[in-house]
Structure formats: C-alpha cells, structure tokens
Design a protein around this ligand. Sequence first.
Ligand code: ADP
Ligand code: MG
Length: 248
Amino acid sequence: MTAQVSNAPIIDIQGLGKWFGKHHVLRDVKMQVGSGEKVVIVGPSGSGKSTLIRCINRLEEFQQGDIVVNGHRLSETRNLPLVRREVGMVFQQFNLFPHMSVLDNVTLAPVKLRGLSPAQAQERAMSLLKRVGIAEQAHKFPPQLSGGQQQRVAIARALAMQPQVMLFDEPTSALDPEVVGEVLDVMRGLANEGMTMIVVTHEMGFAREVADRVVFMDQGQLLEDLPPAEFFGAPRLERTQNFLSRVL
Ligand code: ADP
Ligand code: MG
C-alpha cells in the first residue's frame, strides 16, 4: 500500500500560545498536518515538544490560538472525548495498566468508549496484537514483558480506538537500545499503511526515512519545517545547525 497525502489538514494548529504560570512555553506555533502525512518534531529538551503534542488531544489546555482536529475546534468543542478518540497517543513511559492483562489493556477503551461488545473488542485486540507481533503475550501482564513489547502493546491499545491520527512522544527514549528497532519497525509499518503521524523523537534515522516533514522546535517556537532531505542537508537557521551538530 502507498500512503495517500490529501490536501485537507486533519490537524490545523493556529497561533498556539501556552503558559505554565508565567512561563511562556509555546509561542505562536502554527502547523498543519494533512491526512496521511508524517511529521517528526525534534528539538532540545525543554523546547515544548511534549507540551505541543499534549495540546493536540487536550491533555494540556492552551491560552492563545486554536487547534482544529478533523474539523473540531478544540477551544469550542463540548465533546472532548469525541476528539480524543480520534487522536491516539503513545508515551515514552508506555502508561499501560500494570495490573491488567495485555488483552484487557487493549480492549478496555473500545468497550467503554466505543461501545464495542467484549467479543468484538477481543477480536480487534487480537488482530492488532498480531500486527505488532505479540499475540502470544496477550494473557501476560505488562511487568512480565520487555520495554519494547510493552511499547508495542501501547501502540496496539491506541490503534484499537481506530484513531485518525497517532501522536508519539519519544516512544523509544525509555527503551534498551536492543529493542528500539522493533518499536520503530511497527511505526514504520503504520506509516506505510498511510496513518497520519506526529512523532517526537531523537531517532534521526527514522526521521530521515519516514518523515514527510521535519519540524524543529526551540524555546517554544517552531523554527523550521522542511522535508527531511533539506532539513538534514541544508537547515536554514544556525540554531538548527547547532542542534543537528550535537545529535548527528
Ligand atoms: P520537551 O518535551 O521539548 O522536552 P516540554 O514540553 O516537556 O519540553 O516542556 C516545555 C517547558 O515547559 C519546559 O520548560 C518544562 O519545564 C515546562 N513544563 C512542562 N510541563 C510542565 C508542567 N506540568 N508544569 C510546569 N512547567 C512545565
Ligand atoms: Mg518531552
């Protein structure tokens, strides 16, 4: 399958401003993501990457501007759960429920929030667990799995809600180096199937290979938004060049 990129933005971030108290952490951020597009966000620690993607499913509130997700204006919507289920999120620390089996982790939200019957949810969950390569672990508990396996469960859990967009916040940063590849492989597969993805990562190889655009953030500003060949080959700003010289 080839990825289709349409013109209609599925995410439209408009002049976004966010403060934590007096600390101005997002400054007039503008970004559009089309259906099927893959955007990788990079930047130094503390630059606002997590805060930005947490605003997209309103895990964080914002004070200025707006975000439109699949036609829903976040500042106005009264139906936050409806927006949230269109946006899947995968965190650095997996955030699985440790006392629930892998299968129960994946079926919980579709039964509670999507109205699937337990049997339907289990069928969907098993097919997703197969897709991320861990169907045989379905009855184990998260602490019995490796970090890479847990992160693949977290991806399956997010996909079980059939989101329009997947957000990843440093999904491999907490993993041992030998299991980073298996998680990136799953993400690559999703990208090839045409999923719209916004990925915060330090994996520059992944960015180069998978991203349609690489976005550079520094001190709450979105400073650069370029196709990967240009971003890595000829970044426009000195701040980007300095960042790249530290991470490459
Ligand atoms: P990044 O993901 O790029 O490392 P973050 O979005 O986590 O950056 O943080 C951006 C800035 O906001 C940092 O200065 C951080 O200390 C601050 N910050 C993040 N979360 C909170 C919070 N819940 N309360 C106060 N300040 C926060
Ligand atoms: Mg972060």
